[in-house]
Design a protein around this ligand. Structure first.
Ligand SMILES: O=C(CO)[C@H](O)[C@H](O)COP(=O)(O)O
Ligand SMILES: [Fe+2]
Length: 220
């Protein structure tokens, strides 16, 4: 399982240092949470932060776009240097258009579903995406409690993926990943786990990341 540290819980005064620490510690990618205060009840950062971090790291940058009408922002984040753009089904009536636009820019398209959304709802776009992100908390904040029932959805996605050779997506979870929940996730088809507070909130980010990596590897 890959771990994607989320910089939402990092020290915003030293973001470059926070990314550097996890890059040296073997992070697979960096997860950047963009929030608009409308789709989710919080504001975070925008494309400038992606541009700045693009200069700081060679790791893939995946942008989790928690904004209304994400299709309007595709070019902006491609120009900023994002490698993957993850958009919520619930944020647009035009999810197919949004994902197709992302693909056209050369970024990898990913679709995200909230805890209240079922896997059935994304059936028609699975052939386009490279990632399906299952939210394991209601989006908007770091440090929330993992919702274990969401792993029924990762199991379902793993079954769909394994049944159809033409599909080519990774299964990712986001929210509440910690040393306890990562062991559970490893048994439910999860390829990538986002971890924010478990990496950056207390202790040493490199040690925290190594601990999560070790637990995930043992549980697989
Ligand atoms: O998308 C998010 C919040 O909406 C974050 O990626 C996520 O919550 C990470 O934080 P933590 O690991 O602390 O739960
Ligand atoms: Fe996220």
């Amino acid at each position: 399982m890959q771990i994607a540290p989320s910089i939402l819980s990092a020290d915003f005064g030293h973001l470059a240092r926070a990314v550097d620490a996890v890059e040296k510690a073997g992070a697979d990618r960096i997860h950047i949470d963009v929030m608009d205060g409308l789709f989710v009840p919080n504001l975070s950062f925008g494309p400038q932060i992606v541009s700045v971090l693009r200069q700081e790291t060679t790791l893939p940058l995946e942008v989790h776009l928690m904004v209304q009408h994400p299709e309007e922002w595709v070019k902006t984040f491609a120009d900023a240097g994002a490698d993957m753009l993850l958009v919520h089904l619930e944020a647009t009536p035009h999810i197919h258009r949004a994902l197709s636009l992302i693909k056209q820019t050369g970024m990898e398209p990913g679709v995200v579903i909230n805890p209240g959304t079922s896997v059935d709802a994304i059936d028609m776009v699975l052939p386009i995406v490279k990632q399906v992100l299952v939210m394991t908390v209601d989006p908007g904040f770091g440090g929330q409690e993992f919702i274990p029932e969401m792993l029924e959805k990762t199991d379902e996605l793993a079954t769909i993926h394994d049944r159809d050779e033409s599909l080519d997506f990774k299964i990712e979870i986001d929210g509440g990943v910690n040393p306890g929940t990562i062991k559970l996730a490893a048994k439910h088809g999860v390829d990538i786990a986002v971890a924010g507070s478990a990496v950056y909130d207390g202790g040493n980010p490199a040690d925290n990341l190594h601990h999560l990596q070790k637990l995930a590897a043992e549980a697989e």
